[in-house]
Design a protein around this ligand. Structure first.
Ligand SMILES: Nc1ncnc2c1ncn2[C@@H]1O[C@H](COP(=O)(O)OP(=O)(O)OP(=O)(O)O)[C@@H](O)[C@H]1O
Length: 262
C-alpha cells in the first residue's frame, strides 16, 4: 500500500498517456499510465504479446512515445539523459554477460560505471554474493556458470546499483528455490532503501504475495490496476480466497468479450 508520505514524493516512474509501438499506424500500447513510488513493487502482468516488453523498452528509452510521456525520477529522457539513465537498472530475462570478465569483475565494472565508492561497493558485493550463495563463484567466468547462476549475476549487478527504478523481467524462472528466497529478501532490502521495482512476471502467485500494486495489460490496454485485492475486486471476485490467477483469467475473458466468473 502507498502511504500518504510516499504519495508526496516524486514517483520513481510516471508513465502518462503512453501510446507507442513499432509503427505509427498500429501502436502496441494505448494510452498507458503507470505510477510507481519509491519503495513500491509494482507487478506488470499480461498474456504473451500483451505489450509488457514494449512498455519496458519505452521506459528504458529504447523506443520513443508516439503520445504521452515517461518520467523516471521526475525527468524525461529529453530533459535530463544522465539522471534518467543513472536512475534505471534493468535485468532482462536472458542473462547477457561478458565472456572475459569474472563475476566479481562484472560487479566491479558496474560499480565503476555508476561511480560507486569502492569500499562500500566491495562490501555490498560480498553481501550480495552471500545472499545469492555465489561467494564461491566470484572468480568464475560466465561460460562455467549455469543459467540460473548467470541470472543471479545480472540481479546482483542491478541490486549493487540501488537505482531509483529497478526493472526486472521474469526473474523467477530458472532460479532454484533458495535463490528465489534470496531474491525476494534482496528485493525487500532494496525497497526498504527506497528503490522502486517494476517486475514483469507470469508467476502470479509470487506477485499476489509481494506486489504493492499490479498493472494488468491486454492487447496494449491497461485492463486493471491497483493492489492485488483491488484487481481481484475489479475482476469480480469478492472472495478473499480468490487467487490472482483466477482474477487474471476473468479479466482477460471479460476484455475479450467473455463473461467474468467472479
Ligand atoms: N520488434 C517488433 N516489431 C514489430 N512488432 C513487435 C516487435 N516486438 C513485439 N512486437 C509486437 O508487439 C506486441 C507486444 O509484444 P511484447 O513483446 O511487448 O509482448 P509481451 O507482453 O512482452 O509478451 P511476452 O510475455 O511473450 O514476452 C505483439 O503483438 C508483438 O507481436
Amino acid at each position: 500500500m502507498i502511504s500518504r508520505q510516499a504519495n508526496a514524493r516524486v514517483p520513481a516512474l510516471a508513465i502518462s498517456g503512453l501510446t507507442g509501438g513499432y509503427s505509427q499506424r498500429r501502436p502496441v500500447l494505448h494510452d498507458l499510465s503507470i505510477t510507481v513510488y519509491p519503495g513500491e513493487l509494482v507487478g506488470l502482468i499480461g498474456l504473451n504479446g500483451a505489450g509488457k516488453s514494449t512498455a519496458i523498452k519505452h521506459i528504458l528509452g529504447l523506443m520513443v512515445p508516439q503520445k504521452g510521456e515517461v518520467r523516471v525520477a521526475g525527468v524525461t529522457l529529453e530533459e535530463n539523459r544522465e539522471v534518467y539513465r543513472s536512475s534505471t537498472a534493468y535485468v532482462p530475462e536472458q542473462p547477457t554477460l561478458y565472456p572475459n570478465l569474472t563475476v566479481k569483475e562484472h560487479l566491479r565494472w558496474t560499480a565503476m560505471a555508476y561511480h560507486l565508492e569502492e569500499a562500500p561497493a566491495l562490501a555490498t558485493i560480498g553481501e550480495l554474493a552471500e545472499t545469492f550463495r555465489m561467494t564461491d563463484a566470484l572468480n568464475a567466468l560466465p561460460d562455467t556458470l549455469s543459467k540460473g547462476m548467470k541470472q543471479k549475476v545480472m540481479l546482483m549487478n542491478a541490486l549493487l546499483v540501488r537505482p531509483a527504478l529497478l526493472i526486472i523481467d521474469e526473474p523467477f524462472l530458472g532460479l532454484d528455490p533458495l535463490a528465489i528466497r534470496g531474491l525476494v529478501t534482496a528485493l525487500d532490502e532494496v525497497r526498504a532503501q527506497g528503490s522502486a521495482i517494476l517486475l514483469s512476471s507470469h508467476i502470479l502467485s509470487a506477485l499476489d504475495r509481494k506486489a504493492d500494486r499490479l498493472v494488468v495489460l491486454h492487447k496494449g490496454n491497461r485492463i486493471a490496476w491497483g493492489t492485488p485485492q483491488e484487481v481481484k475486486l475489479q475482476a469480480g471476485f469478492e472472495d478473499a480466497k480468490a487467487t490472482l490467477d483466477d482474477a487474471f483469467e476473468a479479466l482477460v475473458s471479460s476484455a475479450e468479450g467473455g463473461h467474468s466468473r467472479g
